[in-house]
Design a protein around this ligand. Structure first.
Ligand SMILES: Cc1cc2nc3c(=O)[nH]c(=O)nc-3n(C[C@H](O)[C@H](O)[C@H](O)COP(=O)(O)OP(=O)(O)OC[C@H]3O[C@@H](n4cnc5c(N)ncnc54)[C@H](O)[C@@H]3O)c2cc1C
Length: 381
């Protein structure tokens, strides 16, 4: 019987490389964050991923896979493919990452030149520091402060769950310059300065990924590193954090779907399926494809500058719920003694749980969707 992995619609599209699985397996084993750089440098696709999200004008090497400046729909498809191999490749990859959205949305030409040019020829790692240990990702309650001083700001506070935070050479940090929602600003910063302490977090899901707790102790940021000074305060947060999350939430969903597709593939190749298992599989494949294409459509609508049919947070949520359900079912269905398969499925289970948190949990997305519906209704009335 044909494996579900062969039925993916994107066989001809962007290949993460024949060495990708080996690199991902090595990442799972690393014991210190610096090893991420060493392992990732060996990956045949690291230069291509270093350019993912790089605006086209900064790309010097044209002989690598064309990941720079790709559409959201293409990014979504790429994430699903990478998720099938291992989502930690995406979390550990070099490149401008999430910070690219904030810098291209808010940065002046000079700021963009300074930030993006570092990725032109050498591998670089970046981070996006928003979530806090006490307040989580509730930006309205953000406690990290940026206090004005001569020629710049002093940043003080703590950030949590920061992807690539241990190894990043650059990044964007969000901090409060004044009380209230309009007082939140974004700054380009250097995570390697002495006034910053970084601690690696122990992980169960996505093991091998670098997530950091970062402490800012009066870190001086020059005025020219504040993003969006040329924009109205009302435009700044919307153009940076909200735009980043809206774009990337379906992509996180794609990673979850990739993990689920891989789990299905492993299950199918380890077992002789019964008639009822085969029936379950074909029904599940149809559900998977429906969710995959629904999320892809939402990305295409965003690319076409149309309001997407579905809230990006709910798109991620539906992908994660399905992936979680599929993997849980496979674990229950697998005979207890089949450890090679169960080990793979349990790893998928732990990884998918992390996606529930990445870029917002389902309850928050449900609330956001509910409130935005209510707003739309009251506008109509
Ligand atoms: C792998 C990974 C990578 C990450 N990378 C980054 C990064 O690079 N940069 C960054 O800034 N952050 C990052 N994060 C953090 C992530 O964005 C947040 O953890 C996520 O947004 C969830 O926010 P929270 O921790 O505040 O949890 P909460 O939103 O507080 O949720 C905690 C729990 O409470 C429930 N809950 C909360 N409020 C309500 C309510 N009103 N009603 C009902 N239930 C509620 C939620 O459903 C959930 O179960 C990462 C997280 C992970 C797991």
């Amino acid at each position: 019987m044909k494996s579900f992995s062969d039925q993916a619609s994107d066989m001809d599209f962007l290949t993460p490389g024949s060495d990708a699985q080996d690199i991902a397996d090595q990442l799972r084993q690393i014991v210190s964050p610096d090893q991420t750089r060493i392992v990732m440098r060996e990956w045949s696709q690291s230069a291509a991923f270093n350019h993912l999200g790089l605006p086209a004008k900064y790309v010097l090497q044209q002989n690598i896979q064309n990941y720079q400046d790709i559409s959201l729909a293409a990014r979504y498809r790429l994430y699903e493919k990478v998720g099938f191999i291992s989502p930690i490749l995406m979390f550990s990859a070099p490149g401008p990452g999430m910070a690219a959205f904030a810098v291209s949305g808010l940065g002046t030409e000079q700021q963009q030149d300074a930030f993006f040019s570092r990725f032109q020829e050498t591998l670089g790692w970046s981070c996006f520091a928003m979530t806090e240990p006490e307040q989580g990702s509730d930006a309205g309650a953000m406690e990290t402060r940026a206090s004005p001083v001569r020629n710049g700001y002093l940043i003080s506070g703590r950030k949590m769950f920061i992807g690539n935070g241990m190894i990043a050479d650059t990044g964007v940090v969000f901090a409060r310059t004044a009380p209230g929602p309009l007082g939140i600003n974004a700054f380009i910063f250097n995570p390697q300065v002495a006034e910053i302490s970084r601690y690696a977090l122990e992980l169960n899901g996505l093991k091998g990924t670098n997530l950091a707790h970062i402490e800012f102790n009066d870190v001086f940021i020059p005025e020219e590193n504040m993003l969006g000074r040329h924009l109205k305060p009302t435009e700044r947060f919307a153009k940076s954090a909200i735009a980043t999350f809206d774009a990337l939430r379906p992509c996180v969903g794609a990673l979850a779907l990739g993990v689920a597709r891989r789990a299905l593939h492993e299950w199918q190749s380890h077992l002789q399926l019964t008639v009822s298992q085969s029936a379950w599989l074909s029904q599940t494949e149809r559900r998977w494809l429906a969710v995959y294409h629904h999320a892809l459509r939402s990305c295409q609508q965003t690319d076409d500058k149309q309001p997407p049919d579905s809230h990006p947070g709910m798109v991620k949520t539906s992908c994660v719920i399905l992936a979680d359900e599929i993997i849980s079912w496979l674990i229950h269905d697998t005979p207890a003694g089949n450890m090679p398969l169960l080990n793979k499925l349990w790893q998928a289970f732990r990884d998918v749980k992390a996606f529930e948190y990445t870029e917002g949990t389902r309850q928050i997305h449900r609330l956001n969707q509910g409130f935005s519906r209510r707003q739309r209704m009251s506008t109509c009335l």
